[in-house]
Design a protein around this ligand. Sequence first.
Ligand code: TYM
Length: 339
Amino acid sequence: MTEVVHTPRVFSGIQPSGGLTLGNYLGAIKRFVEMQADGIESIYCMVDLHAITVWQDPDKLRHATRELCAGYIAAGLDPAKSILFNQSQVAEHVQLSWIFNCVARMGWMNRMTQFKDKAGKNRENASVGLFSYPTLMAADILVYHATHVPVGEDQKQHLELTRDIATKFNHDFGTDFFPITEPVIEGAATRVMSLRDGTKKMSKSDPSDMSRINMTDDADAIAQKIRKAKTDPDALPSEAGGLEGRAEAQNLINIYAALAEMSVEDVLGEVGGKQFSAFKPMLVDLAVARLSPISAEMDRLMQDEAEIDAILADGSERARAIAAPILKKTYEIVGMVGA
Ligand code: TYM
């Protein structure tokens, strides 16, 4: 069999379930913008069908989807360069996910830690969608033959499953139709932690708003949250090794490094020896300088919902133009009769 070389193509997505956090920005969107700048064809999705695996109020879902699109653009994604769209407008995702439901094994799905975390103790009452979510995620990626997927650390297991699904499909049908996608988990902030507890991920679903910075927070809120962020009594170390066992210090330094686009080592070279009382105001200034223009631009974009909807409609059409022939070919490979 001749080896198929897949042209590089980037795909990633974010759930419009509530607002965007600093974790989403540093772990994902900022990386999306960098990949767009690299000139690789890129497709960024608002995964509304994923969001409804847990209950979403319909009006809030619509608002969050548009706000996420505004966040993408405000952070630097250009709808003329990247394809921006919401998942539900391209039916091919769901169609391919069914094929993948028949490829993925129960044993693989049972190992997904995110399902266990999200379903919690009340597993019997979790939606079937929440359980099968990773096959839809694999379909999101593979319906575009995407080769690279920028994500935060928490998505690693889902991307391994995506690779397993592509490998098994290719093996079962004696083809190399689907690429074996590379996760792109890079930078200082692949896992931004809660400001209240350095051992927990920063998340939009944390009951405490003080645990996270929202992309819609104003300068005062950002300053207050960083000032109140949990720390320890020691001064900052001058070398990365000195952050070991100091989860909160590590987190704030990682956030600083990612916002300043510096390495952790270089940040510590500058701030090593300082107390948190001196470092936190530096972090506040940097965070406000970087995030305020984004939230102001999100606000401005949200004034014109029709324009956002037009961008999503245009992106969906361009996305479908790529996805439809890949789905058609998949159906042929699997043995579906059709024109
Ligand atoms: P979601 O919506 O939970 O998160 C979106 C992106 O933000 C990253 N992220 C973080 N990164 C660093 N620190 C954090 N605290 C943090 N919190 C979130 C996530 O890693 C992710 O990159 N299943 C996905 C959405 C999805 C998807 C896809 C992603 C659906 N289909 C296809 C890539 C490709 C999710 O729930 O992400």
